[in-house]
Structures are given as C-alpha cells and as structure tokens.
Ligand binder design. Structure first.
Ligand SMILES: [Zn+2]
Length: 296
C-alpha cells in the first residue's frame, strides 16, 4: 500500500509535468505567431483589422481600443494588433491606444470601411422568446452581466494553432444579418447558423479553455471557449453539453450536440467568434465558406 503523502506527492509531480508540457507547447505556438496566419483581415463592421504597431523586442506593447484590451502578437520582429470590429461601429478612422514596454503611450490609426448587411425576418412561435415576461427579464439581466465577464475572460497566451468547422452542414444564416423577430427589430446576427440534425456531435473548433457552459434564455445550452488573447468561440442552442467551465479542450473534441434550445426556429448550431469581447465574422478565421465532411 502506498502512503497517502507519497500518493499526493506523485499527483503534484504529475501536475508539474503536465503544466510544464503545456507551457512548452504554448511557447512554441506563440513564437510561431500562428495567430495572424489563420486570421484574415477585413476592415468592416463585424470584421477583423490587423494593425502593425512597429518593431518590438521580446516584451510586446499593450494595446486597447474602445476601452478593451486587444490581442497583440509578434510577427517578423514586429508587434501586430488583431482587433475585432463591432457591427455597430461606423466607417472611418479609429485609433488603437498603445503602451510600449518602456511605458510610453501612442495611438495608431486604422480604417473601417462601410458595409451593408442584408435583412432577415424570422417567425418565432414561442412569443415569450421575443417579448420576454417580467420574470424572464430578471433572468436575462443576470445572464447579460455574467456574459460580460465570460466574454472578457482572456488567457495570456495563444492556445490554438488553427480552426475547424464545429459541425458539417450548410450555413443557413450568415453573420451580420439585420434581424427582425416576428417583425420586431432585434440585435444583428452575431454568428453563423450551421444547419445540422438534432443530436449531431459538435466539435471544439480549436484547442482552448472552456470559460462557460450553461443554459441561457435566448442562447439555450451554451459553451464559450477561450483560445487565448481574447479570441473565443461560442456554441449555442445545444441539446446536450459535454464539457464544464475550467476544462481544457482539444480541437475536434466533442463538446456536446446540436439542438433547438433557446430562441430558435429549429435545430441548428449557432456559432460565433469573439475578439476583444466583440463578435466578428467566423469565416475570417475558418478561411473557407463551406464546412468539410465530418471526420470519422
Ligand atoms: Zn444564429
């Protein structure tokens, strides 16, 4: 029989080994600066803008925009900001605030072009999901506060090397549509809808850390995964959740199944990509507009 103390010592040693392994992997991934390689720049509301911040040493500058920290990576000895542009932002010149490693502050301009998104009109039979009851509003307000925290949770290192489609299926509703539910205007579509039958396994689009898994009024069963530097993916309307907050996931790992929970017209996966707590067009990190066949 092994004494308890020896057992816990072994567990600690194993944890250290695992942490050491992850630290090595993260460092390699970060130094390869893969982040920029799988992200496509698109200077429009709902797009991603890649801004050159100039030459840098090993200590990268810190950058923020619209009072939120933005991702900064090193590429070819230069610091590069990767900024998610909200759908609500107008066209024109904007400035990213930069604090260099010596403490000096400066601002770097970037442009956002105008873009017109199409309209979409949907009929929701559960009218309470369009005009919530007072008791629902209490719940929604609580959820919105929680979502703010979830969306601004960020790992200091890039955890992902590339992204895959979370399910195979046609895009039934693209990103950015101006939405009307039962003829009432609501927030624009912050992700893409992928049509797939109820119960279809959903895969993590990339390696990352689950920051939230739970049931939300509009989004139904939802999972948020942080992939580093504030790059997140969000999966909604699931029939089943197979992961919990705090869990590390690998690309392709099944995190749950497609469903029709929350505000929906039928089963599908709503999939969003977030950067600096802002929803951006997921196609900009996937690099193709059609999902590949599901891997066996
Ligand atoms: Zn959707």
């Amino acid at each position: 029989m092994v004494p308890l103390a020896a057992k816990s010592h072994r567990v600690i040693m194993l944890s250290k080994l695992i942490l050491g392994f992850f630290a090595t992997v993260f460092t390699l991934v970060t130094h390869n600066a893969l982040a920029q390689d799988f992200i496509e720049s698109s200077e429009r509301p709902g797009g991603i803008v890649i801004v050159d911040l100039g030459p840098t040493g090993s200590k990268l500058p810190v950058a923020s925009w619209d009072s939120r920290p933005v991702a900064v990576i090193k590429k070819n000895e230069r610091a590069t900001a990767i900024i998610g542009i909200p759908l609500s932002v107008g066209a024109g010149e904007h400035n990213v605030k930069v604090t260099d490693s010596n403490g000096e502050q400066r601002s770097v301009p970037f442009n956002v072009d105008a873009h017109a998104y199409a309209e979409q009109r949907l009929t929701i039979t559960n009218t309470r999901k369009v005009n919530p009851a007072p008791v629902d509003i209490v719940r929604i307000n609580k959820e919105n506060k929680r979502l703010k925290v979830v969306k601004s949770t960020r790992a200091d290192q890039i955890l992902a090397s590339d992204f895959i489609w979370p399910v195979a299926g046609p895009v039934s509703s693209p990103f950015g549509l101006k939405r009307f539910f039962n003829d009432q205007p609501r927030r624009p579509h912050g992700g893409i809808d992928i049509a797939a039958p109820d119960g279809t396994p959903i895969m993590a689009a990339a390696d990352g850390l689950v920051v939230e898994a739970g049931d939300y009024f509009f989004n139904g069963n939802s999972v948020f995964i942080e992939h580093g530097l504030g790059l997140q993916t969000f999966y909604a309307h699931m029939s089943r959740i197979d992961v919990a907050a705090g869990e590390r996931v690998s690309q392709g790992q099944v995190i749950g199944t497609v469903g029709a929970t929350g505000r929906v017209t039928g089963p599908h996966l709503h999939w969003s990509v977030g950067l600096n707590a802002t929803w951006v067009d997921p196609l900009l990190i996937i690099g193709t507009d059609q999902p590949p066949a599901l891997q066996p």
